[in-house]
Design a protein around this ligand. Sequence first.
Ligand code: UDX
Length: 468
Amino acid sequence: MSKICVVGTGYVGLVTGTCLADLGNTVICLDVDAEKIARLKCGELPIYEPGLEELVKRNYEAGRLIFTTNYAEAVPEAEFAFIAVGTPQGEDGSADLKYVEMAAESIAKVLKGHTIIINKSTVPIGTGDWVASILERSLNDSSVEATFEVVSNPEFLREGSAVFDFMNPDRIVLGSTKRAAAEMVSSLYSALKSPIIITDLRTAEMIKYASNAILATRISFINEIAQICDTLGADVKVVAEGMGYDKRIGPQFLQAGIGYGGSCFPKDVKALAHMAATHNCHPQLLLAVMDINQDARRLFVQKIERKLGSVTGRRIAVWGLAFKPNTDDMREAPALDIITALVRKGAEVIVYDPVAMKNARMLLPGAVEFCNDPYTAVTEAEAVLLLTEWNEFKQVNFQKVKKLMHRLNLFDGRNLYDPEEMRRFGFNYEAIGRPDEELQDSSSFNSFRALAGILGSGPLEMSRVAKR
Ligand code: UDX
């Protein structure tokens, strides 16, 4: 079993440190935020992540998980030092590396013997080499006798299932200039049955960006298809299902909605595009992915306005604020843009989320009203918007909702509900890329005619139109 230090107790650092402790290692988690560390020592977690609290408690009590603010306590004895600090988005879209730099410098000051420094933070291509140069410089400037190797080991943890993802990885990626160093790190994961890819530093760093970019691309792709479905009268949910059975395509990340948010996709796609542009590449696909993602939010507001007319003075309820279910994370949540737009247009917005309300209060306009349950939120409302697909909203008592609402408009931003069922309840139900049957019939007929017009009214097109 190894002695490990993890710098940074955010999502990635805390999950990584805790899970490595659970695998039997001794892990010291370090953060410069003294209040955070004090709270962690009392078993209070800075984030909501299913299963993590119990795991922290168990390993802390067993003495395998230690919390500190002191580099001199954490680093010298460690065989492995993970850097898992934040890389916030700089003003121009590039990743801001000041915390990585601070961590590398602080580690260098107290390094002892031989240590493998592992980059877990998502960092621009070339950062591994840069971290190595910071460490080298610091060591040269001091009298410290120590050696090190740098390994890139990107994380692929999803918020809300981060512990499961850590323990059941699809793959582990390790990049280094020294293969032996990467192999040493791979030994930390030997209990997890997973393919391990060992490569160079830059390739490992790129695997992380490219992985997030393709997932974001799939989401924007299906959102674009949803827009086309809306106008041509097809059902995007069935389209995605039909596509997903093709093994070359697969069903994942094809849920149309109000766009991706969170701490990773928006920041990483932007950073990759920025990296490409600064090296004279034209990242046209990435730019389109980002545009479509912003459009998804804008088009949702337009859909509401089309149905309600002006939203000024209208009471609109919102179910779900977090960027996705099972997290209290509000970073880049589509709900923020949608609610802000509605408030600016004069709507009276009442919101409810099972866990993200505390974080949302700091980010939403002052005029927004917060409620403690989904029913209070919809009372006297003229519309309800489903913005995060929490399980709780799947089990809503719609008979009760019906009695409480002033008008029965339901805008489903995540395609959570069955359109027919909602219409049976009496709702004017609008989702993403799922037009109602009437529209489906008439619009597909009209669109087909338009298409036939575009293609030229040859015998094939006309005979197909005539058959309908
Ligand atoms: C993501 C990656 O999945 C993870 O591997 C990486 O390390 C960090 O970023 P996360 O941000 O936690 O994880 O969430 P994820 O489940 O990937 O969802 C991201 C966003 O995409 C959410 O806003 C979600 O609602 C949206 N999404 C996802 C869709 O709109 N449609 C989909 O089909 C899937």
